[in-house]
Design a binder for this molecule. Structure first.
Ligand code: FES
Length: 403
């Protein structure tokens, strides 16, 4: 329908004539919409609650890392992979024995791979004794159906918020979101300089080595890739040591005016905190990928000494369900629920997204200070994020139902 301005009076009369027509249409309309609105369909395709995907290719990257290509499961409501921003993750859900488990994995492919080629790739390091990762390594083959969330997370380059000069600090498998960003960067010219400093333990553990070299070569000088190896063998002739303040300054040509993105294991975050403070990088210039649960709660600053490793009970209220399950002070409340087969909502497992937000009805808990993503009002009213909260004794929790 075309509208033309005809003048104040004539436009006002035309508008008044519309009103009875509108009333008539509303009166004859069905109470339930005949078809979903286009905006609703678009929102659902961009932010699906769940995506059903199928493993279509498996590739070993290093002796301990493997890449899985995922495409929409034929016949499922997921017609195309939901679009995302380079750096986001999928929360993969699976049933392992009696447990209901989820883990976030960064999407390693680029947004255009999803849009044009219809796939995601995730790269997973096999951890011993990693619960879901071991299950994935042993069970995911071509044809396996995978249940995952829509893309989530805030670890992406935002050109309004971030500098156009990026220093990316990757440790081990923390390279995965940066691979996505670099592939994206080659297709869209939104960053002027992207310097990847990749910390590895040994040369054999470099993931995507050939591809990183190709991305650097094809970037016309916008991408630089530098390695630093902490445990080199005789074949290594590059930089050695850790991603210290001195190494960052030397390899990235200084930090002034640049945004720093960090993704790696928890120990690397703790180490880099002091190093980046020493370099006087303003807090607003640092982006950290959520790093998941800590393997050793006693090592978290602020954890009550000697409280770990004690059995306790967790009472869970979820809708009409009320269950008492065993828990342990060394594991998060979310892990206790998953172990008992309760499908508690979760995405990031790092206290950041708020999907697991639950009410602490009674009991003492320890909330990981670095992962306390609760709003101030939630803290005041007794809400916790079970993925970042450890029981210190018997606890009762009211948990929302997934979806
Ligand atoms: S799963 Fe994201 S805050 Fe708990």
């Amino acid at each position: 329908m075309k509208f033309r301005v005809k003048g104040n009076i004539r436009d006002m009369i035309a508008f008044l004539r519309l009103l009875p027509r509108r009333k008539k249409i509303l009166a004859s309309a069905p109470a339930v919409p005949a078809a979903p609105g286009r905006v609703n369909l678009l929102a659902e395709s961009l932010h699906p609650q769940v995506q059903y995907l199928r493993v279509t290719a498996v590739r070993d990257e290093t002796p301990s890392t493997r890449t899985f290509r995922l495409e929409p499961e034929p016949g499922s409501p997921t017609k195309a992979p939901a679009y995302f921003r380079a750096g986001q993750y999928l929360s993969v859900k699976a049933r392992v024995g009696d447990s209901s488990v989820s883990r976030p994995y960064s999407i390693a492919s680029s947004p255009s791979d999803a849009l044009r080629e219809n796939f995601y790739e995730i790269t997973i390091r096999r951890k011993e004794p990693g619960f879901l990762t071991t299950h994935i390594w042993e069970n995911w083959k071509q044809g396996t159906t995978v249940k995952a969330s829509g893309p989530e997370g805030f670890f992406y380059i935002d050109t309004i918020r971030d500098s156009r000069e990026i220093i990316a600090l990757a440790g081990g498998c923390g390279i995965t979101p940066f691979r996505s960003m670099m592939r994206d960067l080659l297709e869209r010219d939104f960053v002027t300089r992207f310097t990847l400093l990749y910390g590895i333990t040994s040369p054999a553990e470099i993931i995507y080595r050939d591809e990183l070299a190709r991305l650097e070569r094809d970037s016309s000088g916008r991408i630089a890739v530098r390695y630093i190896c902490s445990d080199p063998d005789a074949s290594w002739s590059g930089e050695t040591g850790f991603l210290s303040a001195a190494a960052i300054t030397r390899l990235a040509g200084g930090v002034t005016g640049k945004s720093i993105f960090v993704c790696g294991p928890p120990a690397m975050y703790r180490f880099l905190e002091g190093e980046l403070q020493g370099l006087r990088v303003p807090h607003r210039r640092i982006r950290k990928e959520a790093c998941g649960e800590s393997a050793d709660v006693a090592a978290i600053p602020g954890y009550p000494q000697g409280a770990e490793g004690k059995p306790c009970r967790l009472t869970v209220q979820m809708g009409p369900l009320r269950r008492e399950i065993p828990a342990n002070t060394g594991e998060t409340l979310l892990v206790a629920m998953e172990r008992a087969g309760i499908e508690a909502p979760s995405r990031c497992r790092s206290g950041e997204c708020g999907f697991c937000r639950s009410l602490l009805v009674r009991g003492d808990v320890f909330v990981v200070p670095d992962s306390d993503g609760r709003r101030a009002a939630d803290r005041d009213y007794g809400f916790v994020h079970p993925c970042a909260t450890y029981p210190l004794g018997d606890v009762e929790l009211r948990v929302p139902r997934e979806g």
